[in-house]
Design a protein around this ligand. Structure first.
Ligand SMILES: N[C@@H](CCC(=O)N[C@@H](CS)C(=O)NCC(=O)O)C(=O)O
Length: 221
């Protein structure tokens, strides 16, 4: 099975971590966002990463991919069966993919993708606004929602934890971290989820790659 993209993308990382937690050997094939490569376009018609192939079957969108993997490889269970837990898991996945990514994408896009990948100027105002105004309500929500057990749903590790921790891993690559003084529970949660072998290996590679490309740009640069 092949996942197309780069794990610097939270959506691609989500799929690779999900596969690793299931013990699956997913091959990661690099594809840049919007790449015209026909092999990539065959699996992702609109050029968004991740794309996915399993033999003749192709699909794109991280949630569609993990839904396929969960159905085909049900153990260990990562998308709960019990109705309320399942709905909450999908809520956190959706929240990460939309609300969190709306903020994280603007920060990472302006401080890394534009200056380091596209050779374009950063919009510091937009990045600062996303970091200082869009992210805090999400972190405050997590702070009051993460359970005593250290997980989001069913007091065990699920897709909800993968999805929520993944955008924060991308931000961590450019030094944007959860402030433990302001959000102690969330900071500890993110550290613990990122320390799982499934995340840790990928994050180490992502950080090295971002650093090799010059790292994040801040206003002082
Ligand atoms: N909902 C999609 C979002 C995928 C997505 O937007 N990926 C970004 C990279 S983080 C991308 O490929 N952007 C390129 C583009 O929009 O052309 C998913 O969950 O996979």
């Amino acid at each position: 099975m092949i996942v197309y993209g780069s794990t610097i993308s939270p959506y691609v990382r989500k799929c690779m971590v999900f596969g690793a937690e299931k013990g699956l050997a997913l091959e990661l094939k690099f594809a840049g966002p919007g790449s015209p490569d026909p092999e990539f376009r065959a699996v992702s018609p609109f050029g968004k990463m991740p794309g996915f192939r399993d033999g003749d079957f192709t699909i794109s969108d991280s949630t569609a991919i993990v839904t396929y993997l969960e159905a085909k490889y049900p153990e260990p269970n990562l998308i709960p069966i019990e109705p309320q837990a399942r709905a909450r898991t999908i809520w956190f996945d959706e929240m990460a993919d939309t609300l969190m990514m709306a903020a994280a994408g603007v920060v990472f896009g302006n401080r890394f993708v534009k200056p380091r990948v596209m050779q374009l100027p950063c919009d510091h105002v937009a990045a600062d606004q996303a970091e200082n105004e869009q992210l805090p309500p999400i972190l405050a929500y997590l702070e009051r929602t993460i359970r005593e057990s250290g997980f989001l749903v069913e007091d065990r590790f699920t897709l909800a934890d993968i999805s929520v921790a993944s955008p924060l891993a991308t931000l961590g690559c450019i030094g944007v971290c959860v402030d433990p003084a302001r959000y102690p529970r969330t900071a500890a949660y993110v550290d613990a989820i990122h320390a799982r072998p499934s995340f840790a290996e990928i994050i180490a590679r992502d950080r090295a790659q971002v650093a090799a490309m010059g790292g994040g740009v801040d206003r002082a640069a």
